[in-house]
Ligand binder design. Structure first.
Ligand SMILES: [Zn+2]
Length: 374
């Protein structure tokens, strides 16, 4: 590891804050609230995965090669672009009561509202840095995550629609007409989809494990409505999908869809819960697969939107493996490679089933046909 001798080819913003680790998901066991049949434990969405990813960026020497930003919390006015004031008041009340479930499977602590305001602030700061040209792209390592958040409902550990708020900000402030999202979290990006479902200016793409969370969400026939008809793309993949299935999905659907849409910026709600070691998904990606996917997104961004890519951190619950997957993505964003060799890769890459299987190929073809052929 000699990162000090490495140079970047892109300026990458690195947005994080200690307070992100103070969002308290309480003593839920996995994703369930304690009860007489659920012993209290540790919530899957706890600080450790993100803290260890930040640590990895530090110990490899990558951090000094990035452009650091210190987020400021947004005011409520920045949130009501998507979330009604009544929802904000509900969240404040739950936090003020000491915490609890703010919606559906979304525990919060006393300070979670303010920390979520800080997370949105980080996203907006990343957008500003990218669109003013201060950096080429940016990674926001924040908690709580955002891609399940509905306008008036906290869901799946998410309070505010971080990426969607960033997209609205980019459109309102910089006059951007077309923005695409590529959500590779293992769960369906239902919140982002819902917010832009009838909006032709935002192409929302989600690759996810078929019917995982939310239930009955993310099907291939959800392609948008009204003026937004045809600009929502779901790619549900069978459980067990790995390197071959994701690459097939990118090459057959994601990249052609982006190519046709010609986005002026790309947002990546980035979850590392499609990794082979994740407790909440049953997919098989390695750090090198995440690196490959980011490389594809960056290539499209270079071609159509001057490299403008904003990544928001979403899920990923393997404290062991998230840091390596995250490091690979950030390395790719700034053009530095191999600050270390992922010691898990040789194991994960050799798992049986990494190659594209017939059922995975059929799933990809079905999603392609639903999107492109109507
Ligand atoms: Zn997820």
């Amino acid at each position: 590891m000699a990162p000090s001798s490495k140079t970047v080819t892109r300026r990458t913003g690195w947005v994080t804050a200690e307070h992100f680790y103070w969002h308290d998901t309480q003593n839920w066991a996995g994703f369930l609230e304690p009860s007489m049949v659920v012993q209290p434990g540790q919530h899957f969405e706890n600080p450790e995965t993100k803290r260890r990813m930040q640590a990895m960026v530090e110990v490899t020497g990558l951090a000094p090669l990035l452009v650091p930003f210190r987020p400021e919390p947004v005011e409520d006015a920045a949130l009501t672009v998507i979330h009604p004031q009544s929802y904000l008041e509900h969240l404040k009340a739950v936090c003020a009561s000491g915490g609890g479930d703010a919606g559906q499977l979304t525990p919060v602590g006393p300070a979670s509202y303010q920390i979520a305001q800080l997370a949105v602030g980080g996203v907006l700061q990343a957008v500003d840095a990218v669109f003013t040209g201060e950096v080429d792209n940016a990674y926001v390592l924040c908690r709580p995550p955002g891609h399940h958040a509905m306008p008036d409902l906290a869901m799946g550990f998410c309070l505010f629609a971080n990426a969607a708020l960033g997209i609205k900000h980019a459109q309102a402030t910089y006059g951007i007409e077309r923005i695409a999202t590529v959500d590779w979290d293992v769960h369906h990006g239902n919140g982002t989809q819902a917010i832009f479902y009838d909006d032709p200016s935002v192409l929302t793409i989600s690759l996810h494990q078929d019917n995982l969370f939310p239930p009955d969400s993310g099907a291939i026939d959800e392609t948008g409505s009204g003026a937004g008809a045809g600009v929502n793309l779901n790619i549900p993949l069978p459980p067990g999908s790995g390197s071959g299935a994701y690459r097939e999905a990118f090459e057959k659907i994601v990249l052609p869809a982006l190519e046709a849409f010609k986005p002026q910026a790309i947002f990546v709600p980035s979850g590392f819960d499609a990794s082979a070691l994740d407790p909440l998904g049953i997919m098989m990606l390695s750090s090198e697969d995440y690196r490959w996917m980011m490389r594809q997104v960056l290539a499209v961004a270079d071609k159509h939107c001057e490299g403008r890519v904003i990544v928001t951190h979403e899920g990923g619950y393997s404290a062991t493996y998230v840091p390596y997957c995250g490091l690979a993505v950030v390395e790719e964003m700034c053009g530095v490679s191999e600050t270390l060799t992922d010691p898990f890769h040789i194991h994960v890459a050799n798992y049986g089933g990494q190659a594209l299987s017939p059922d995975q190929a059929r799933a990809v073809e079905a999603a392609r046909a639903a999107y492109f052929d109507g």
